[in-house]
Design a protein around this ligand. Sequence first.
Ligand code: CP
Length: 377
Amino acid sequence: MTESRTIADLDQAGLDLIYGQSLLTTQSWSTAQLSALEHLARALADLDRRGIRTPLCPLELAWAVFFDQSTRTKSAWAGAAARLGMQPVIVDGSSTQVSHGETAVETGAMLGMNAHAMGIRHDLILGEGNSFIQDVKTGIDGYLAATDDTRQVPVVNLQCDVDHPTQTMADLLWLEDNLGDLSARNITVSWAYSPSYAKPLSVPQGLITLLTRFGANVTLAHPPGYRLTEETMVAARANAAGGGSFRVVDSMDEAFAGADVVYPKSWGAYDLMLERVDANARNDRAEMAAIEDRALGRNAQYTEWICDERRMGLTRGGDALYMHCLPADIGSEVSPGVMEQHKVNVARQANWKIYVVMALLAGAKVRNLAGELASLN
Ligand code: CP
């Protein structure tokens, strides 16, 4: 429903808002910056889908470190960097000297020296991931300032304990593709049962904080004990005061009733996510494993929290847009039939991430980007 944006629609004043910027949470960016990022992502997607190459940052190093598994975000980082002419390098966090105690600030200083952009996933432990990313940025910025180096080395949060901004911006683009303006649209973010692992809180937190800024009526649903962090709940309520709404219910059926969009996915029980913080600080692997067992046992109390055909029938016209950040536990979070019906849609949702990352890298690094892109078209 949203008109495709092309480079002709880009205005340099909007792009100036994101030049030199790192994205650590969407909440830390203005709505104007987020809109500029969206417009740029749409323009880059348009060029890419028309086969027009965009080597805007040739021979530069796009280094990313992952302290957790990933399929989509890793490949989106690599694909985005390659499309911009950069060399992507992705490393496992446990293979870096962070595992021997080198600090995030020290690590950032080294990467400010050696790399031209930095992506980080650090999402497993509440209170740690976003702080780590902030410290890396401090290290990079400190090094560049101390050496009078004028290069832009943006830091991109590729999922932390607080937010998953490249995911939620991809989700926003896909939502607007389908719904246009989100004002007065009913979007449900629901907990769903998972037997696989205690998933991070960052996707639901990122969704409730971002979508309330764009005018949606957001419903968060979860069983008792699966609350999100107070900071993100406060932000979602404040954002909703600007035009949308935000409510919390403890019934998946209630949350699905009349929804235009449903986004059912699992996350870990809050008290157990907090227990992990102490066990991880002690490097107590046995206790970490025991907490994970307890988390899966807790999840198993709520196996009927599944997005199935009956629940989809409760949505507006029985035909809500189904979304998932993937990977989904099919048969647990979502029935095989619902996933089969929506499998192309969730792939198209995921495809936006590559253009969000491209927009973040090019937008942060390339001056006069509107003109640079116009010369490529
Ligand atoms: N949705 C998402 O972030 O997927 P990956 O964990 O595979 O990167």
